[in-house]
Design a binder for this molecule. Structure first.
Ligand code: CP
Ligand code: NVA
Length: 302
């Protein structure tokens, strides 16, 4: 069988994505199952900072009996110019799976093209598919199947938003995105089934059962943060905006968050927020993903 990668949402079918969520739910019920990945290793290459992604992947491997290696691209030969293709050939002759966080989806694809083992996108400038697996898992734990629901994205149409858009098309829900001029979804993503770019935060949240936002300046955009803060000033998710969504709407944020910027403290720390479940579910969702990509039979999960 060809090696499967997870560089963005469409790399797996809806049915496969559903299977991963099913595995995640089973593994959440019984987290420590060391027989599943005994003796297997995940190499994690980080060119950018991380709390959740690093901790969840590392603990996921440990709980399934495997091992994870943290490789900062600054400390490996990648940082001194060793070609990506050569690095992929070498690491994939030793590790059973690779996770990469960097600012180049193209470099991740190049790595995958030369890898003998599955490669997972742990965030790039264009996508954050593992985050959306956890987010859908979280939504469905609280509200049941996401199909047919309306999700509102308020703020920068960034990497996380892009993967939400691809998930909407794959899993059959609606995504309404509100962003200031210059920070909207690209035309291809805005044209996906179920996805719309709307004129205002109020228009996005109308009818929504989930409201999602993210930082105004992503990693690598620090130099633009003053300009962005000005552009996004009227895009904060606050209590008044949440009140215009469905009464039982949930609030999510991939974290890290900036209270008083993209989200009011009263919202992220309020009753509709499920951000801590969402963060925890990174662990469970990625265990589903790892077990799937490493071809652990679903029946082996207790
Ligand atoms: N949400 C997320 O990916 O967090 P980290 O940057 O801490 O990994
Ligand atoms: N959009 C954010 C997500 C961090 C998890 C960033 O890329 O920095």
């Amino acid at each position: 069988m060809n090696t499967r990668h997870y560089l963005d949402i469409p790399d797996l079918s809806a049915e496969e994505t559903r299977a991963i969520l099913r595995r995640a739910r089973a593994l959440k019920t019984r987290p420590v199952q060391p027989g599943l990945l005994a003796g297997r290793s995940l190499a994690m290459i980080f060119a950018k900072s991380s709390t959740r992604t690093r901790v969840s992947f590392e603990i996921a491997m440990t709980q399934m009996g495997g091992h994870a290696l943290f490789l900062s691209s600054r400390d490996t030969q990648l940082g001194r110019g060793e070609p990506i293709a050569d690095t992929a050939r070498v690491i994939s002759r030793m590790a059973d799976c690779v996770m990469i966080r960097n600012d180049s989806q193209a470099d991740q694809a190049e790595f995958a093209a030369h890898s003998r083992v599955p490669v997972i996108n742990g965030l790039s400038e264009l996508a954050h598919p593992c985050q959306i697996l956890a987010d859908v898992l979280t939504f469905e734990e609280h509200r049941g199947p996401i199909g047919g629901h309306r999700v509102a994205w308020v703020g920068d149409a960034n990497n996380v938003c892009n993967s939400w858009a691809r998930a909407a098309a794959l899993l059959g829900f609606e995504l309404a995105v509100a962003s200031p001029p210059g920070y909207a979804l690209g035309a291809e993503l805005a044209g996906l089934d179920g996805v719309s770019q709307v004129d205002s935060p109020a228009a996005a949240v109308a009818g929504a059962t989930l409201v999602v936002t993210d930082v105004w300046s992503s990693m690598g955009q620090e130099a633009e943060s003053a300009r962005r803060a000005e552009a996004f000033a009227s895009y904060q998710v606050d209590a008044a905006l949440m009140a215009q969504a469905q009464p039982d709407a949930l609030f999510m944020h991939c974290l890290p968050a900036h209270r008083g910027e993209e989200v009011a403290g009263a919202v992220i720390d309020g009753a509709q927020s499920v951000v801590w479940d969402e963060a925890e579910n990174r662990l469970h969702a990625q265990k589903g993903l790892l077990s799937f990509l490493l071809e652990v039979p679903e029946g082996a999960i207790e």
